[in-house]
Design a protein around this ligand. Sequence first.
Ligand code: SF4
Length: 491
Amino acid sequence: MNYTILDCYTDEPAGLGVPPYIGTYPRYIYGRLKKKGNDVKYITIDDVRLYKKYDNQIPTITEKQRSKIDVYNLTKNSKTIKEVLDKTEVLVVILGVHTPGKYLSAIPGTLREIVPLIEDSRCEKILTGPAASHHGTQLEGGKLVENQDTDIFDTVDVDYFEISSFEDIDKVAPAGAQIVKQILDIRVAEIETASGCFRDKGCSFCVEWTKPQLYREQKNIHEEVKALVNTGVSRFRLGKQTCFYSYKDGKTEEIKKLLEPISNSKPDVLHIDNANPARVNEEITKLIVKYCTPGNIAAFGVESFDDTVVKKNNLNSTPETTMKAIKIINKIGGKRSSNGFHHFLPGVNILFGLNGETKQTHVENMKYLHQILDEKLLLRRINIRQVVPYKGTTLYENVGNKFLRKNKTLYWKWRNQIRQEIDYEMLKRLVPENTIIKNVFSEVYDGKNTFLRQFGTYPLIVGIKQRLELKKFYNIKVTGHMLRSVVGKVV
Ligand code: SF4
């Protein structure tokens, strides 16, 4: 059979599949289909947009315009996309965003966008990925899930290919690594290490804890990484889990056994994602610093420093626990490395729109964020978003978007105050003027400016006031600071 995987990209609390990341869904499905002897092509929503909206001609931009990031992530199949689609017998659409964000060089496809683009095609159509789950999908924070008719699909099933257990995954993941041969650009491979959450009853907004808490065996993870290395991938994020520190019940020996062999393959990037502050300890932090590459971040799902909100939403960490974890990571990972960034720092996620949110919530958030600054602790990022009340969550059942509606008009002010008073000051401490940041990759233009990032977990955006050749590595000297990015010049 001729299958085509159409990647509209995915972003979930545990698992990123938006370029420059290649997610697990396309890799696993590719592996499954190849192992059954099918012909499998991989295309992206960018390929389809270029074909349908631009007659397959890459649009030229003037020096005043921004790069066209809707058609930035083309595959090797882009040039022959008509032929690929004509031959397709089964089209597998992977789609779904559960943690909406802004992406420097990609725009995830939505159901609303993709349905009209593919409805005329006569092949069998399968919708899978997070959008096919009963939770739905939404690209913008603070809104209810997309209410799009999915009747054009023959099947809507998040687990259509039956690769949900680690036993299934391990059978197909190494073969799935071959998918990157159809991709033109550098990709960071998101690697899955665990599913579910250790909490019996999870945070009000979250869907992850409803999945069983299981760990993937080290040898199977290593086999997949080896297969990816053999196809030329050298950048990895151990990001598909809800808390890295909880791997195999947080046993230090097990985490060493996971990290050491990957580190021995000398990857350009080995980072982690997602950590529950309540599980952070010195031993595991030391292992992460020893075996991972610099610029690494533990993103803490703090969500709120307001005790009332913590209780009402059954959040996983109290403000005191979070502060303790921030101190541990700063102590062990807070040394600057040769690539310009610290080895390993914490990040904090703040969520607006939770149950019980009042003006006092913002006061509490500011109090603790100022305390972090006052105690000279570093945070590598503060991620602020508005919650999406997904079906099946207790937030959806109990309050829906009540607090989002109630406090909506305050969010800009709250966010701006955090950006002005905390982020800006923090950024100046993280990368002071004249810091040299190495191996920064030029991604997009905005007028006469170029925006660059290192590859890795939540990399900092660097703006250069000139149009550099894109998709090249540069070393940059920091010359100034914006609220969430830095300005630099090439050295
Ligand atoms: S700690 Fe909360 S947010 Fe994190 S996975 Fe568990 S339930 Fe979800």
